[in-house]
Ligand binder design. Structure first.
Ligand code: HEM
Length: 510
């Protein structure tokens, strides 16, 4: 029971939630029933566009407590000894739409917004330390190849393998994706990675290159393809439910953040390009250093306001943390805020979940839905003589930087001895996986490639896996069933989702 009376959006009491005004009991409704009009019009505008990638997700609030001491590497307030910083996190899958099953094979997003005393710091990572491409100019093409055909609106393995095999830098991430780690059992039971190389700057202005690794303390756990397919049919929201229920039960998931730190000068002579997002840094070269613990302890009160409208951006840096020469990171620095101005609106950063919890003295003003403004006595331009905020030249050292010169070119970076596309994928297969994992990887690849309807692309896929590993290449070559064609014509197979390949095409392991 409630004792409050429904009101319109403008606050006036409402006489009925259930009956429109009409001319007589069974007559026409009338346009002067502004409450009916408001309800219908508001309903038509309930959605914002879904994210162009990572549309399906869920999130929670929590905090990050520093337990180690990395002050010698960064002056960032949130990483100083003893700091405890509030945060919001959103987990997601990448290619599926808002209603897609949580257990489809896909990387998972791992995006964190830290509300630090010096502004918001966003770390927008994935559950994998590498990525499919290394130049942002390829991102729209890559994503289109993972989404849907323009005519049938079906997902299509042929275009996925077409793109991957024509982009051999994808091999490391694709090996990861088709292995066991491609389907986590729960967001709580997977690691998170910053993936890119970032820059840290300490109080003396010294610079370091850094990679972030969030290790799950719930135990790492994955699903087999069969388990994932079954769950997809029973509970499309399996991962959202799992996280929400765990936090409701008081089982607060935690992750330990460790970083790899590379001295600034090392990057110039390291054996591969340390800013290449398709590569990991071996731990024997750069061991992990503990920073602190992230705990998620609070569920959102309102999914739309706090999770759908949350806006993470790799451009949200704070003093002591900055970008690196990674071309992918630089493309992302443009892309996110641009997407959010469109997806949520010009003043998306004024929404409570996106607003900094530190003092704000910005000269940005007005625009759609603007609700914050400085006192009328403050000037609206800089520089000024009337006591408006002024930039502080002393803070120039907060940001990083690096030396670079040269002609403007369009070229891949291949200046280092080991910049090739396949050796780290090979190491993942042979040094990280055991034989059972390799067998499952081979089966997953065979199942996935068997849905490719174009003979040349299938051949390229076999060669791709031979380049990763000779044994794996042979498994794929021998395991693929004959291509289904009718009188030489391609017969596109319906492929309802990436996860359905196992059903009738997968042969027994060789
Ligand atoms: C979401 C662009 C690469 C992780 C997004 C969004 C865009 C985008 C436009 C939607 C943002 C929004 O509407 O709020 C790009 C571009 C990339 C790129 C242009 C390459 C140049 C990556 C990489 C990672 C990543 C390498 C991980 C290491 C994410 C995550 C989200 C996301 C986790 C979802 C954030 C959330 O939960 O709201 N990306 N992306 N992206 N991206 Fe990327």
């Amino acid at each position: 029971m409630t004792d409050s009376t429904t009101t319109t959006n403008s606050g006036a009491p409402v006489a009925s939630d259930q009956h429109s005004q009409s001319v007589g009991n069974d007559g026409s409704i009338v346009l002067t029933d502004h409450y009916l009009v408001e309800k219908l019009a508001q309903f038509n505008r309930e959605r914002v566009p879904e994210r162009v990638v990572h549309a399906k997700g869920g999130g929670a609030f929590g905090h990050f407590q520093v337990t180690g001491d990395v002050a010698q590497y960064t002056r960032a307030a949130l990483f100083q000894p003893g700091a405890d910083t509030k945060l919001v996190i959103r987990f997601s899958s990448v290619a599926g739409e808002q209603g897609s099953p949580d257990t489809w094979r896909d990387p998972r997003g791992f995006a964190i917004k830290f509300y630090t005393p010096e502004g918001n710091y966003d770390l927008v990572g994935n559950n994998t330390p590498v990525f499919f491409i290394k130049d942002g100019i390829k991102f729209p093409d890559f994503i289109r190849s993972q989404k849907r055909l323009p005519g049938s609106h079906l997902r299509d393995n042929t275009m996925q393998w077409d793109f991957w095999t024509l982009s051999p830098e994808s091999a490391h991430q694709v090996t990861w994706l088709l292995g066991d780690r491609g389907i986590p059992s729960s967001w709580r039971k997977m690691n998170g990675y910053g993936s890119h190389t970032y820059q840290w700057i300490n109080a003396d202005g010294e610079r370091f290159w850094v990679k972030y690794h969030f290790h799950t303390n719930q135990g790492h756990e994955t699903l087999t393809q069969d388990q994932a397919d079954q769950i997809a049919g029973q509970d499309a929201d399996f991962h959202i439910r799992d996280l929400y229920a765990a936090i409701e039960r008081g089982e607060f998931p935690t992750w330990t953040l460790k970083v790899q730190v590379m001295p600034y000068e090392d990057a110039k002579s390291y054996r591969f390009n340390p800013f290449d997002l398709t590569k990991v840094w071996p731990h024997e070269d750069y061991p992990e250093i503990e920073v602190g613990t992230m705990t998620l302890d609070t569920n959102p009160e309102n999914y739309f306001a706090q999770i759908e409208q949350v806006a993470f951006a790799p451009s949200n840096f704070v003093p002591g943390i900055d970008a690196s020469p990674d071309k992918m990171l630089q493309a992302r620095i443009f892309s996110y805020a641009d997407a959010q101005r469109y997806r949520v609106g010009t003043n998306y950063q004024q929404l409570p979940v996106n607003a900094p919890q530190s003092e704000l003295h910005s000269y940005s003003k007005e625009g759609a839905m603007n609700v914050t403004f400085p006192p009328a006595s403050k000037p609206v331009y800089a520089p000024n003589s009337f006591g408006g905020p002024h930039a502080d030249a002393e803070r120039a050292g907060d940001a990083g930087g690096w030396q670079s010169d040269g002609e403007l070119v369009r070229a891949a970076v291949t200046l280092h001895a080991e910049d090739d596309d396949f050796s780290q994928a090979n190491a993942l297969v042979n040094q990280v996986m055991d034989q059972d994992q390799r067998d499952r990887l081979a089966l997953n690849v065979i199942g996935h490639v068997s849905q490719v309807t174009h003979p040349e692309i299938r051949e390229r896929a076999v060669q791709y896996w031979r380049n990763v590993d000779a044994w794996l290449g042979e498994q794929v070559a021998n395991g693929l069933p004959p291509l289904k064609t009718t009188a030489g014509e391609q017969v596109p197979e319906p492929t309802p989702n990436v996860g359905d390949w196992a059903q009738d095409h997968v042969p027994e392991p060789a």
